[in-house]
Design a protein around this ligand. Sequence first.
Ligand SMILES: [Zn+2]
Length: 404
Amino acid sequence: MALLCLNVRAEDKVKKTVYVQNAFIIDMLSDKAPQKGNVLIEDGRIKEIQFKDDASFPENAEVIDATGKYLMPGLTDAHVHVTTGKYESFDARKKYSEELLKKMLMGGITTVRDVGGHGELLKVLKEESSMQQIHSPSIYYSAFFAGPSYYKEMGTTEFSPCTQSVDSSTNVEEAMTKAKAAGATGVKLYASIEINLLHKLAKEAKKQGLGVWGHATVMPAKPIDAVNAGMEVMSHAEMLKWEQCPSLSTNMFDNYDKYYGKFKFDFPELDVLFAKMKEKNIILDATCYHGTVNGLKEAAIFTKKAHEMGVKVSAGTDYLGDQKLPYIHDELETLVKECDFTEYEALRSATIIAAETFKKQNDIGTIEEGKRADMLLLNSNPLEKISNTKDIHIIIKEGVVYKK
Ligand SMILES: [Zn+2]
């Protein structure tokens, strides 16, 4: 058996023909009880799914006996920052990122959406991951946009295609072309961007095939303004509280002075907002665990309500630091325990809906023939208990098998 462990030889990192035999398959296409079946993987893709007793597979296949185990799609963390932190050199930063990515992969995460980091490094890591040169989830990342006043407050002036300063004089078409050429999948519209410019940026991003991502509030835009401007994925549920303010200033600190501590967690504008988000198929990247551990209980309150009203919620962690396993499992538990998601609904948030945040729902997120072979083989059923996502036996990423 050529199962890979943490320290592997480079020649082992090849996409083999793999046959997962006799697993309970949680395909994530419906919440029906998982059926027993076999999955054939070739060239990193799911070639065939068999729901029958007589197993048939090519002679060269590596057979994994999955009797009594549960096969589900690999998890996607839809909100990470894998390159941030203070590092003296590009290489030191790269080393840190690679360790983090390996940890994520071994914790069951086969894809990440990075929403703000070192663009140049993310490009390298994305390429190396897709070539199987590093042990890493597949990576999709953003180019970051903010107004000049944001950078002034932060004391930074060095701009790159993945970190751009934008104002009314910006050539929006050129800005997006640069972001795209830098390998970004989406743009993160972050702060200090006037509402009419937000509209222009979102429109051009979509025209060039880039996703439009951002925080739920991009001051001075309130959540509803971001929705109307064309935002497609809105991060941090707790930021939805700004919707109840009559108006917001471009300066974040002014808004905090004026409104902080006076927020209600149930207000009529929220219903209007969620109805609109549902209508426009906008995904709430709730980062619910991150919010609640930081004392922002409204993160769970708003996420629960959004879910009840039919808004799609993706699972993301806003990765905080080291821990034995990635935080995605905590996010899933928070969705179930604090926000009334069923186990199946929580798993959707970390698979097919998370994939939709970067428009890869046709490629990953379910177990279907033709899809990328990103899967987890679990020892116990996550539909019975959500924390069973931690009970990992094997991780398969693009057909490469990693044993825990
Ligand atoms: Zn973040």
